[in-house]
Design a protein around this ligand. Structure first.
Ligand SMILES: Nc1ncnc2c1ncn2[C@@H]1O[C@H](COP(=O)(O)OP(=O)(O)OP(=O)(O)O)[C@@H](O)[C@H]1O
Ligand SMILES: [Mg+2]
Length: 307
């Protein structure tokens, strides 16, 4: 089974207006509400591919209820931990005339220690051999070492952890020994303390990480992704596409990759599907959303190169 964790889900509310007028009444033409957050996005991609996952994380207040309801109505199983604070709501004002988007991003209410304990009790039920995807930033109230602490607990249960984080949470997470990490080149540069860009440099700088992590997948935007282990070095190169938005492409990559691994595919095959999902997600405007038809079409065109 696959579990995804979204520590700070968000209710995304998009309001379409013709043109935004300050200090006046603006009539909303249409409104869209969606459950957001990187782990939820990964679960959504898994669902699109016909797979199952359980979305975990914290939700609170009326916004939290709506997030939960929307996740369930999309057919995604979830087991969120309730919080006393309200789940944040992001508002996007979409000006049709100027094709301009303005994001009003609200802060997340802090998570308290009792809620953290309740979350841990849900984690205890995760069976061995499962995959757990930890993705995104850590909200206020939780330690920067939160992912690392969770990895330490889950590793003992022989659970495979896929970590996509940045800065200190990534550094400490790597020390705890996850199964796989998926930095982009900027996250990798911060992790190794050196600006890396070229394939050779990436391979060189990643080598020491493979003492702690079984697989490192470095996503390279339009250049695809490098999949590295002690035994394999693969560069998955996607076809050129007309990109609408690359936001959340990394999450789409993780969705495909983890679903394939959980289904018994080897690393090479999983990397190919992951890159196909990442590239398919750039064809749509939403975060990480992608369509099965695009994924299948792109998969035929992804070049798998041994390095
Ligand atoms: N411009 C692009 N053209 C084709 N494919 C792309 C492009 N940008 C991203 N991708 C695909 O998506 C995958 C992940 O992209 P990227 O490296 O941008 O992840 P990321 O920086 O972690 O993204 P995010 O954090 O926003 O989810 C790439 O490996 C590639 O397959
Ligand atoms: Mg990313």
């Amino acid at each position: 089974m696959i579990y995804t964790i979204t520590l700070a889900p968000v209710l995304e509310r998009t309001l379409d207006v013709e043109e935004f007028i300050y200090d006046d009444v603006n009539h909303v033409i249409s409104e869209n509400r969606k459950a957001g957050g990187k782990g939820i996005d990964v679960s959504r991609v898994i669902k699109e591919l016909g797979g199952y996952s359980v979305a975990l994380g914290f939700v609170g207040g009326y916004n939290g209820r709506e997030v939960e309801g929307r996740v369930v109505s999309e057919g995604i199983v979830c087991n969120f931990t309730p919080t006393s604070g309200e789940t944040r709501m992001d508002i996007v004002v979409n000006q049709r005339k100027k094709t301009m988007q303005t994001l009003l991003s609200a802060p997340m209410s802090p998570v308290n220690p009792i809620e953290t304990t309740a979350f841990y009790s849900r984690i205890k039920d995760i069976p061995p051999e499962s995959y757990v995807v930890m993705v995104g930033s850590i909200p206020e109230g939780l330690a920067q070492a939160f992912w690392a602490q969770l990895i330490a607990v889950l590793r003992e249960k022989r659970v495979r952890i896929v970590l996509d984080a940045d800065n200190e949470p990534l550094k400490q997470g790597v020390e705890a020994g996850p199964f796989l990490i998926k930095p982009n080149i900027h996250e990798l540069s911060r992790l190794v303390g050196k600006n890396v860009r070229e394939i050779e440099e990436i391979i060189e700088e990643t080598e020491p990480l493979l003492e702690r992590v079984e697989y490192v997948v470095v996503s390279l935007g339009a250049r695809g992704a490098l999949g590295l282990s002690k035994k394999e070095r693969i560069h998955a190169v996607p076809p050129k596409v007309n990109v609408r938005s690359s936001l959340g492409a990394g999450d789409a990559l993780i969705g495909g990759l983890v679903l394939a691994l959980d289904g018994g595919a080897d690393f090479r095959e999983a990397l190919g599907l992951g890159v196909s999902c990442g590239t398919a997600s750039t064809l749509t405007s939403g975060y990480a959303s992608c369509f099965r038809g695009d994924i299948d079409e792109i998969r035929k065109q992804v070049l798998m190169k041994n390095i």
